[in-house]
Design a protein around this ligand. Sequence first.
Ligand SMILES: Nc1nc2c(c(=O)[nH]1)N[C@H]1C(S)=C(S)[C@@H](COP(=O)(O)O)O[C@H]1N2
Ligand SMILES: [Mo]
Length: 317
Amino acid sequence: MLIRPPDVPSSEITPEPIYRRRRDLMVGGLSLVAAAALGMRLRRAYAAAPQKDASLVLSKRLDLSGGEELTSFDAATTYNNFYEFGTDKSDPAANAHTLRTRPWSVVCEGEVGKPRTFDLDELMKLAPLEERIFRLRCVEAWSMVLPWAGIPLSALLKPLEPTSQAKYVAFESLLRPEEMPGQRTRALPWPYVEGLRIDEAMHPLTTLAFGLYGKPLPNQNGAPVRLVVPWKYGFKSIKSLVRIRLVREMPATTWNQLAPDEYGFFSNVNPEVDHPRWSQKKERRIGEFLKRKTLPFNGYAEQVAGLYKGMDLRKFY
Ligand SMILES: Nc1nc2c(c(=O)[nH]1)N[C@H]1C(S)=C(S)[C@@H](COP(=O)(O)O)O[C@H]1N2
Ligand SMILES: [Mo]
């Protein structure tokens, strides 16, 4: 069994090259005390998460939790938005078992020198798998802090050799109504689609995720491969991804098509721009009682604000 949080001593069960790589585990700017506290918190959170079909090997950790407690595996897998399986938060956990996630492939095409279709194993070998701990904030004003297993999306985009005309990236989820009961309703136009500007897509925090809590993604969390874009509202983090197209024009996105006054293309987390029907100033961290203040760019301004220099983020919400 190759799976465990990367801070757990593992010399006896880990192949040598991976063990060696793990020695340069990223502790970032954390003090030793903070790092130890983080390790304890992670072990506790992992201990509470069920161990099943283990197959992911994590080479290093990028901890952008902001020192906050992790959301439990239980909450992260029973309180979801995945309209392909129903519109209630409990629907994905109840219904997503019908999704078949193997075989799986992701078609990459459009404004690229080298179009290519990857199967899941090829995708997972594009770069060493990292544990990436991010806050993810839903536009509905709740949030979670979770350890994803993934790679930077740029590791997939670069080898495609985007042309100079590739200004945006369009993403598409699986369309398979036989396995996705929500697609037999008109809850949303199907398939679910999303998009990023090319520089957003290439940003090192933009993550192609295969796992959660060190295990393959549960179906309700977007198996077998999804995006995690931590500085944007959760709906940008498209699940069960099957197509990536590099394009010249800003692509259509599901929520923008449905309600353009409520959901813009950029959808950067911004406490100063309210949703027309509710405030974005605060959020409820799932598992906590008191609300927290929402941070600009979900707390990742230092890393991403430069992408939007000179843009009026009230207009481009
Ligand atoms: N294909 C697809 N992707 C999706 C959604 C969806 O309904 N369909 N919901 C989005 C929304 S609104 C959020 S908040 C996140 C939720 O991810 P989680 O359930 O893993 O927390 O997934 C996003 N990705
Ligand atoms: Mo969301």
